[in-house]
Every structure is written in structure tokens, then in C-alpha cells.
Design a protein around this ligand. Structure first.
Ligand code: NAD
Ligand code: TYD
Length: 352
């Protein structure tokens, strides 16, 4: 049966991988990508599917109720997978209100439209893509799972926690069928080069200083983006997932400094630079305010109930990622031109 699936934020990093997967794997679905095209959204990320007959793009700001309503009226969707967000912690420290608007108000607009849509499609499904950062910071030893209490520490994670709460509240109050997944840090092609891994790759390539916050001892749990998207696909299609939460992660914890060292060494090799030369670019800078020490996910619920497993080792994923950024330097130069340069300079100056 033909289904119409709205994907919000489909021109961003994770969203573009999800749109590509859904368009290619499910020719019977009409995939409607709605995205405001902020600095982080780029239709170039979707060149290979833009002419597919089962794909439509609409430039929509989810904060604008009239625009949201018209998308639901025009496309009469069966489900929404919601990824649109302001997603960078450092930017949330600089300008929290943008995060409240898109991540909270935008999500509530979509929820209101979804509740109205239940009149036309009683099984309409709201799938909310969220982050493990809503659980706060871990000491050594523990892991986040579906029962971990919320304890957000940054304006970004507070806005995502708030949107998660609204989704559950709409499930409880209006019987809106929903799913929430909370994933660890993603990496891979098309990630905007303000996040740790692509930023370091891009700056190593240009022989520029590599800003490591604090002493580089904070720990993140990294997942290949296509493994996250495969998990979303699996969960979205599992009837028993409705009303449930899933934590997604690849059991792949790294201290930031160890990742930066590894990237330096891999890039020295790929760029045929003398061993150790990129490590000299590392600059320890002022720490991020309220910097969460550690994130780590226990994905056993997802593994045991739906049989999900990551497909790549970190080393394989990093090779693929570096190779993609080396082959797509035009993309990097285009997305980082203009406003981004000013943002980076501001960030860098405030830390040194
Ligand atoms: P991203 O910043 O790369 O992309 C966000 C997309 O949302 C962009 O295309 C942007 O144009 C769009 N957008 C922003 N504001 C909008 C608005 N008002 N209306 C419509 N579109 C708007 O983000 P990402 O890294 O791909 O993250 C996608 C989602 O996954 C987010 O909800 C994020 O919280 C979540 N998440 C991300 C990670 C990660 O490591 N990147 C991990 C777990 C969860
Ligand atoms: P980031 O990619 O911003 O993801 P998040 O903060 O959402 O986990 O940062 C990952 C880690 O890398 C985090 O501990 C902050 C650190 N970091 C740096 O040390 N230097 C940088 O330039 C950036 C962007 C991040």
C-alpha cells in the first residue's frame, strides 16, 4: 500500500541519510522532506534522489504553524519522522532561544498537526528522533538506557528533553501513537564541519589548529550515521515499537583527545605527511561551559527485541568518513563559506 511519510530536517546530516534510505528502499512510499534549510540544511546532500518519483521537498519552517498545517493538508501523511532541530551544543550556549523555537515550539506545532491528522488517519505515527544528551552526564561505569531519568545539562539537551516530554504527553493525553529514540553521537559523510570529527578532518586538511576543549578527556559514544538510520528504519517498521523508547548506540566510547590523535595519524598517512605532523596542530583551548563528561549507551533493548547491530567498526567508519571529506572538499568549502566563518572565528576567539 502506498504510504506518505513526512521526514523533517531531511536536508541535514542524519535526515539526508534517512531520506536517501527510505526513497531507495521503499519505492511504494512517498517521502516528503520538509526542511527550513538553515546553515545546517543543504539540498546538495540529496542530489542523488532529488528526481526520484517517490520524493518531494518542501521548504518549511516548523515554527510556522500555517506552513506546518498546509503540509499536512496537502500531503495527508500516514506518519512523520521528526529530525528537524538546532543540533549544536556550542550554538545553544550562544543563542538558546533559537533552540527553544525550533526544538520545542516547532515540535509542538508538529504534534498539534499530528493530533488533527488522527481524524483522517487513526494510526498516524509520530516518530521523534532524539539524543542521549537528554540524560545528562555519566560518571565512569554507568550506561544510559530507556529507564535513565532525564537530566539535561545544556540548552540544546534541555530543548530536546522538553520535546521528548511533549511527545510522551501527547501520547498520554491525546492517544497519539509515538516512538522516541535517543541516539549517541553520530559521524559520517555530510556532517556539518562544526561537530568534532568533521571539524578536525577539515582543519587537519587545511593545516590549521585543532581546538580541543579542556584537556580532551570528555568521552562520547560514536555511531556510524547509516547504522543510526538503519535503526530508525527498523524501529519505525516494528509494530510493537509504538509507545516505546529505544536507546541507540554502538558501544564505542572514546575520549576526545584519542579520537583527535587517531584522526591526525590516519590523515598523515592518507595525505602522505610525515608521521606525527598533524598532532602538532592540536591546541588545548578553554573548555565548553557545563561540558558533559561522558555519554555511553546500553543498546541491549534494541539489540534483543529487534536484532539491530552496528555494521561497521569505528576504524572502518573513520576511513570511509575521511575519504568522503577528502573527495568532497568542494562541499565542505561551500557549506563553510559565509556565516560559518564568522561563527567559528567568534567561537575560537572566545576560547583562546
Ligand atoms: P543537523 O543540524 O545536521 O540538521 C538539522 C536539519 O533541521 C537541517 O537540515 C535544518 O535545515 C533543519 N531545520 C532546523 N531548523 C528547522 C526549522 N525551524 N524548520 C524546519 N527545518 C529545520 O542535525 P543532525 O545532526 O542531522 O540531527 C538530526 C536530529 O537527530 C536532531 O533532532 C538531533 O537532535 C538528533 N540527533 C543528532 C545526533 C548527532 O550526533 N548528530 C545524535 C542523536 C540525535
Ligand atoms: P560535538 O561534536 O559538538 O558533539 P556533542 O557536544 O553534542 O557531544 O562535540 C563532541 C565532543 O568534542 C564534545 O566533548 C566537545 C568536544 N569538542 C572539542 O573538543 N573541540 C571542538 O572544536 C568541538 C566542536 C567539540
Amino acid at each position: 500500500m502506498k504510504k506518505t511519510i513526512l521526514i523533517t530536517g531531511g536536508a541535514g546530516f542524519i535526515g539526508s541519510h534517512l531520506v536517501r534510505r527510505m526513497v531507495n528502499r521503499y519505492p511504494d512510499y512517498h517521502v516528503v522532506n520538509i526542511d527550513k534549510l538553515t546553515y545546517a540544511g543543504n539540498l546538495e546532500n540529496l542530489k542523488d534522489v532529488e528526481n526520484a518519483s517517490n520524493y518531494t521537498f518542501r521548504k518549511i519552517d516548523i515554527v510556522d504553524w500555517e506552513q506546518v498545517k498546509s503540509v499536512f493538508e496537502n500531503f495527508n501523511p500516514d506518519a512523520i519522522i521528526h529530525l528537524a532541530a538546532e543540533s549544536h551544543v556550542d550554538r545553544s550556549i550562544e543563542n538558546p532561544m533559537a533552540f527553544v523555537m525550533t526544538n520545542v515550539v516547532g515540535t509542538v506545532n508538529l504534534l498539534n498537526a499530528a493530533v488533527q491528522q488522527l481524524k483522517h488517519k487513526p494510526y498516524f505515527l509520530f516518530y521523534h528522533v532524539s539524543t542521549d544528551e537528554v540524560f545528562g552526564s555519566l560518571e565512569e561505569g554507568g550506561f544510559f538506557n530507556e529507564k535513565t531519568p532525564y537530566d539535561p545539562q545544556s540548552p540544546y539537551s534541555a530543548s530536546k528533553a522538553s520535546s521528548d516530554h511533549f511527545v510522551r504527553a501527547y501520547g498520554n493525553t491525546y492517544q497519539l501513537p509515538y516512538i522516541i529514540s535517543n541516539c549517541s553521537n553520530n559521524y559520517g559523510p555530510y556532517q556539518f564541519p562544526e561537530k568534532l570529527i568533521p571539524l578536525m578532518i577539515y582543519r587537519i586538511l587545511k593545516n590549521e589548529s585543532l581546538p580541543v576543549y579542556g584537556q580532551g578527556l570528555n568521552v562520547r559514544d560514536w555511531l556510524w550515521v547509516e547504522d543510526h538510520v538503519a535503526a530508525i528504519d527498523l524501529i519505525f517498521h516494528a509494530p510493537q515499537a509504538v509507545g516505546q523508547t529505544f536507546t541507540i548506540g554502538g558501544k564505542n566510547e572514546w575520549k576526545n583527545i584519542d579520537i583527535v590523535h587517531l584522526l591526525c595519524d590516519l590523515m598523515d598517512h592518507k595525505l602522505k605527511r610525515p608521521n606525527g605532523s598533524s598532532r602538532k596542530l592540536i591546541t588545548f583551548v578553554k573548555d565548553r561551559a557545563g561540558h558533559d563528561l561522558r555519554y555511553a549507551i546500553d543498546p541491549s533493548h534494541l539489540e534483543n527485541t529487534l536484532g539491530w547491530k552496528p555494521s561497521l567498526t569505528f576504524e572502518e567508519g573513520l576511513h570511509k568518513t575521511i575519504d568522503w571529506y577528502l573527495a568532497n572538499q568542494d562541499w565542505v568549502n561551500r557549506v563553510t563559506s559565509g556565516e560559518y566563518q564568522l561563527y567559528f572565528e567568534r567561537q575560537y576567539q572566545s576560547r583562546t
